[in-house]
Every structure is written in C-alpha cells, then in structure tokens.
Design a protein around this ligand. Structure first.
Ligand SMILES: *[C@@H]1O[C@H](CO)[C@@H](O)[C@H](O)[C@H]1NC(C)=O
Ligand SMILES: *[C@@H]1O[C@H](CO)[C@@H](O)[C@H](O)[C@H]1NC(C)=O
Ligand SMILES: *[C@@H]1O[C@H](CO)[C@@H](O)[C@H](O)[C@H]1NC(C)=O
Length: 515
C-alpha cells in the first residue's frame, strides 16, 4: 500500500528539475533550519506554502504520474506521445540516481532530516503512542510478546487478549492472527480507534487478537547477533518473512494457548503475500491454521497501476536499485512524513495537501472514504520500516509479467540456490487452507484480474468478496470510514461460519510442526 513513497519524492525532484521555476520544495530545509526560534513566522510560512504545495502537487506530481501511467486519456491538450514521455521520464529518473550516487547519498537523505528539535504544544498524544499504548488508551487490555525466529530476528508481537467489556477475565478460545502490509505494523489495525479499527471489532466479537510485526519494522528492529545498521540485518524479502517470522509467530501462539489452538489468519497486502508463500512451501501450516482471510491480496502482479511499476524497469540491476533506494532499509520512519505528522497541528493546510495528493499517488485516491482526522496518527506510525530487498522482490515480479515467484539472484546464483536458472514460482495449488479473498476495483496493487486468477488456484476457496464501492482502494481496507459496513461485517460472518463445514472437524496433527 505505501510502497511507492519513493516515487512520490522522486517525482517531486523530477518536477523540480523540469520546472526550475517551481521552487516550492526548496523551502523545506530552510524551514527546518530555523524552526526552533521562529515558530510563529514559520507556521504562517508553512501554511502559505502548504497551499502552494497543494497546487504544486496537483499540477506537477499527480498529473504527471497519471499521464505517465496512461490514465489521463481525457487530456486532449497533451501533445507529447506516451513513448516520448516515457523515455523522457526514464532519463530523468536515471539522472536522479546519478545525482544520488555522486553525492553518496540516498535520495531521502537530501530531503529527510535525521532529527528535528521542535516541540508542538497541542498535538494528539496518540501520534507518539506505541501499539500497546494505543490499545490501552482505549481501555482494552494490551500485551507485548517477544518471539525469536530460527534465524535470530527478535520480533515483538502485540495482543488484545480479550474485550474490555468482557464480563469475566477469561481469554476467549477463538483466536485470530493479523498481519500488516509492507511498511506497516501492528498499529495499522488499531489506530482508527474502537469504532472503526478491525483489531477492536474482532476483540468485541470474542476473539483473542494477535498482531504480528515483521522483521525490520518499528517493533522488530533487533537480532541476536546482527547489527541493525548492517546489510546482513536488512538482507531479507517477504520470502524470508514467510519462512521464518510467520512460523515462529504461529508456533509461539500455539505454545502459549495450546497445540490444539485453531488460528484464523487475517492479512493485508504483503500480509497476504507472506501467507501464500508460507502455505505453498511449508505446507504443514495448511493443517495448523483454521482459515485465511486476505484483504487486498497481493500474489500475481500483472495488473499494477501503482507507480511502483516504475521500479520494475530497474529490477534487473539489483545493485543499481539498492543504490537508489538505500541498500538496507527502505524509507526509514523518521523521514519527511513522520516529521510532518509531528507538526501537523501547525500545518493544517499542508496536511490537507498531503492527504489529497500523496495518498492518491500511492494507492489510488478515494477521498470520500478517507478520514482526515486520522492522518496525523497514520503518519505517526507509517512507514514502520521495510527492507529495500522486499521492494526489489516485488519489482522483479512485476518485471516478470507478474509471476508470483521467489527472489531472482541472477542466473548464476539462481543455479546455486534453486538449481535452476530462473527462480521457482510459488506452488499455489499446494495451498489447501480455506481462504477468502477481499478485493476492490480501485486497488492499484491488487488488481481484479490478478485476484481472480489467484482465486481459481485455491484448492479450498471460501469466497471472493468484491467490495461494493467502486472507489474503495488498497488502504481503505484498514482505515476507510465505511470499512466496518463494507468489509468487516462480511469478514466477521465468514470467520464465524465460512469454514466450519470444511475444516473444523479435521484432525489437527501437531507432529506436522516438525519441518
Ligand atoms: C535564531 O534567532 C537568533 C536571534 O534571536 C538569530 O541570530 C538566528 O539566526 C536565528 N536562527 C535561525 C536558524 O533562524
Ligand atoms: C544475503 O542473503 C542471501 C540468501 O537470501 C545469502 O545467500 C547471502 O549470502 C546474504 N548476503 C549477505 C551479505 O549476508
Ligand atoms: C474519524 O476519526 C476520528 C478519530 O479517530 C473519529 O473520532 C471519527 O469518528 C472518525 N470519523 C468517521 C466518519 O469515521
């Protein structure tokens, strides 16, 4: 969902080069320099510039990207041929890389300050709260658990063991494990508050709710021997998450709750990718889990409208991409958006600009479903961290006609790792877990065709539910104003009844845990 932030910034830079009269971005470092002792002046300045920037975004970023992606067919004034535009954009994109290389910087380093010393007086404390603090602030019990993977990553996962309204203190039998998407965290499921957040809604429905955190995100930035700043730490993709993090978390929950625990899995975006990768490789988990519910599922990637497509062109040259994006972590949390979120109380207009435009750029825009008052909290928790290698892996798949396949090390190394010159595709026909897919028409990452093709591959499909609202997009599954009525009601219904016929009577063989 939040993948193409890079591209947003890239386009800002591109636009600057192309339109040297557009200076709207260059004020940014100056603002930071002087922010500590010119509060009033600065906030007026930012407000004013915020309005300009909004205009700038629409004119220079949004329109460019939509036209680059061939989505502005109605634009009759556009005389440049798409091919010309494409090659021009490619050239600009390369120039950005060359610049970043020659200054030995990542692109972000030039626009994202490491730290800003500025206190905002009346901001929402929830911006700064961790997931358990958010949960507790709403009166629910919250727990943190530490899980160590078999390759040494130290994960912190969160839990809402029972509803705050539960009459007794017993922890319910029904169990659900929720997995966030790329650049997300456990906070994704709770930051919308008790009325709208799926984590709370499931808790109220009588579930013991576990919230995973992937290696490298805000809550899982530790390893038993690898340094967090080393390439060794960040040398992973969603495949490694599926092989190590997911089994560790699932096994841990069963250790805590008992080996006969039947875990329901709910994933969003990359949280679905890792489930499909797990079930098609470590197939014993098809018997261990009870059912899977995939929101905005990402497996095949032929039908991508998101600007992440731009990265695919460079996916053959991994080194080049690593240089461009930073070899280790992609878009660290203290980048521009995080800075902005902390100062949102000062910059309402700017906040609006970001909302209306960069969200659109990321995942397709659905202004009506987006709750603006959540924006500061969202920006305070997102992005939560991801490896550049994961981005590269997705980009490779797009390049390879959307095949759902393992990481491509190049022909020579593929031979060593896989025994074949090309990486193996994930064997989706081995997925026997009952699975329901939830998709929407306006999803730039989980397109209609890809989700339909995935659905027919499933051995035990429950249902393919298409959200009955045309504008509903990738991130709306988490934070849309009407997500409860459009998605969660159906999800709860399928959770309760959808799989009872197919698996509940199955004998779970715990010995299958041994790989
Ligand atoms: C902060 O204010 C002082 C004077 O009070 C001034 O000399 C200095 O240049 C200001 N710093 C910035 C970064 O604006
Ligand atoms: C990175 O991971 C791959 C396996 O995915 C491994 O073959 C390689 O040696 C690792 N590189 C480093 C520097 O750790
Ligand atoms: C938007 O979010 C705020 C803050 O969580 C909440 O109070 C409000 O009810 C939400 N509005 C809608 C329409 O969901």
């Amino acid at each position: 969902m939040k993948l193409p932030l890079l591209v947003v910034f890239t386009f800002i830079l591109i636009s600057q080069i192309e339109h040297s009269e557009c200076r709207q971005i260059s004020w940014f470092p100056n603002v930071i320099d002087s922010i500590s002792n010119k509060t009033n002046q600065i906030s007026n300045y930012v407000r004013e510039k915020g309005r300009t920037l909004k205009h700038f975004y629409v004119e220079n970023v949004r329109n460019k990207i939509t036209s680059y992606l061939g989505m502005d067919n109605s634009d009759s004034n556009n005389i440049e041929k798409p091919e010309d535009r494409q090659s021009r954009m490619n050239k600009k994109f390369k120039n950005i890389v060359v610049e970043a290389e020659s200054s030995e910087n990542n692109i972000f380093d030039t626009i994202a300050p490491a730290a800003v010393d500025y206190k905002c007086t009346n901001d929402d404390p929830m911006i700064h709260m961790s997931t358990p603090q958010l949960i507790a602030a709403h009166g629910y019990p919250a727990e943190s658990h530490t899980v160590v993977t078999d390759d040494g990553y130290i994960l912190t996962i969160h839990r809402i063991p029972r509803s705050k309204n539960a009459a007794n203190k017993l922890i319910p039998r029904k169990t659900v494990l929720m997995h966030h998407g790329l650049l997300g965290s456990s906070a994704d499921w709770v930051l919308a508050g008790p009325q709208k957040g799926l984590g709370y809604i499931l808790s109220e429905a009588g579930y013991d709710v576990w919230l995973a955190n992937v290696r490298g995100n805000t809550y899982s930035r530790a390893h038993i021997s690898r340094d967090i700043d080393s390439f060794e730490f960040w040398n992973f993709t969603f495949h490694d998450v599926s092989q190590h993090d997911l089994p560790a978390v699932i096994d841990y929950i069963m250790e805590v709750k008992g080996l006969d625990t039947k875990i329901n899995y709910i994933g969003h975006s990359m949280g679905t990718t890792v489930l499909f990768a797990l079930l098609s490789t470590k197939t014993q988990y098809n018997k261990i889990l009870r059912a899977g519910f995939a929101l905005a599922p990402v497996a095949y990637m032929t039908d991508i409208k998101s600007p992440i497509k731009l990265l695919a062109k460079y996916s053959d040259n991994i080194e080049y991409l690593m240089k461009l994006l930073g070899a280790n972590e992609f878009l660290p949390q203290n980048a521009v958006l995080r800075w902005l979120s902390k100062h949102a109380c000062e910059i309402n207009h700017y906040e609006e600009a970001i909302c209306e435009n960069s969200m659109f750029v990321l995942c397709g825009h659905d202004e009506r479903q987006f709750n603006r008052s959540l924006l500061p909290i969202i920006l305070g928790h997102v992005p939560a961290g991801a490896s550049t290698k994961t981005l590269v892996h997705y980009a490779q798949e797009i390049k390879q006609n959307g095949k759902f396949q393992q990481f491509d090390f190049g022909p020579e190394d593929n031979l060593k790792v896989y025994g074949t010159a090309t990486p193996p595709e994930y064997a989706l026909h081995k997925i026997t877990l009952p699975i329901a897919l939830f998709s929407s028409e306006n999803d730039w990452l989980a397109g209609d065709v890809d989700v339909a093709n995935l659905y027919v591959k499933l051995v035990n499909p429950i249902e393919h539910y298409i959200v009955p609202l045309k504008e509903f997009n990738h991130i709306d599954f988490l934070w849309a104003v009407d997500a409860p009525s459009l998605v969660y009601t159906k999800l709860l219904q399928l959770l309760e009844e959808g799989v009872s016929k197919s698996v509940d009577d199955d004998v779970i063989n715990n010995n299958l845990l041994d790989d």
